[in-house]
Design a protein around this ligand. Structure first.
Ligand SMILES: Nc1nc2c(ncn2[C@@H]2O[C@H](COP(=O)(O)OP(=O)(O)OP(=O)(O)O)[C@@H](O)[C@H]2O)c(=O)[nH]1
Ligand SMILES: [Mg+2]
Length: 136
């Protein structure tokens, strides 16, 4: 259980209380800083864009409901900070994620090469999740 004083966790608890959906998926966006994670989420959720770069501090999330085959599908999408110094905070939110969007900037070879550094982080998470499910 996340700390009640954590604003992101408190917002998540409020959001989870809204049961008006058929399916709910928790997704996380990860990847190097400045690749466009926050921009992608704002475009997808609010159809907005700003050219100013405000690097994400810690973590935040947005909710968007989409409709597929007459079903309400609620997407809770977490936007993580790409900066290394927030890694301890952001990885704490990997738990319970049903999918990850691993992003890179198509104009930055460095961010593309970094994808291979992110994969072990994801594999570690998958292993921990399996151990939890198996009760290890
Ligand atoms: N030209 C262009 N610029 C973009 C695009 N997507 C994002 N940007 C710009 O790239 C910069 C970084 O974008 P962000 O979305 O804040 O990057 P981020 O991955 O969330 O970075 P962190 O929060 O530090 O992890 C901003 O100045 C954006 O305006 C795009 O598709 N095209
Ligand atoms: Mg960001």
């Amino acid at each position: 259980m996340a700390l009640a004083r954590d604003p992101a966790a408190a917002a998540e608890q409020r959001d989870a209380a809204d049961q008006n959906f058929d399916y709910m998926f928790k997704l996380l966006i990860i990847g190097n800083s400045s690749v466009g994670k926050t921009s992608f989420l704002f475009r997808f959720a609010d159809d907005s864009f700003t050219s100013a770069f405000v690097s994400t501090v810690g973590i935040d999330f947005k909710v968007k409901t989409i409709y597929r085959s007459d079903k309400r599908v609620k997407l809770q999408i977490w936007d993580t900070a790409g900066q290394e110094r927030y890694r301890t905070i952001t990885t704490a939110y990997y738990r319970g994620a049903m999918g990850f969007l691993l992003m890179y900037d198509i104009t930055s070879q460095e961010s593309f090469c970094a994808v291979q550094d992110w994969l072990p982080v994801l594999r570690g998470q998958r292993q921990r999740q399996r151990q939890r499910e198996a009760g290890v």
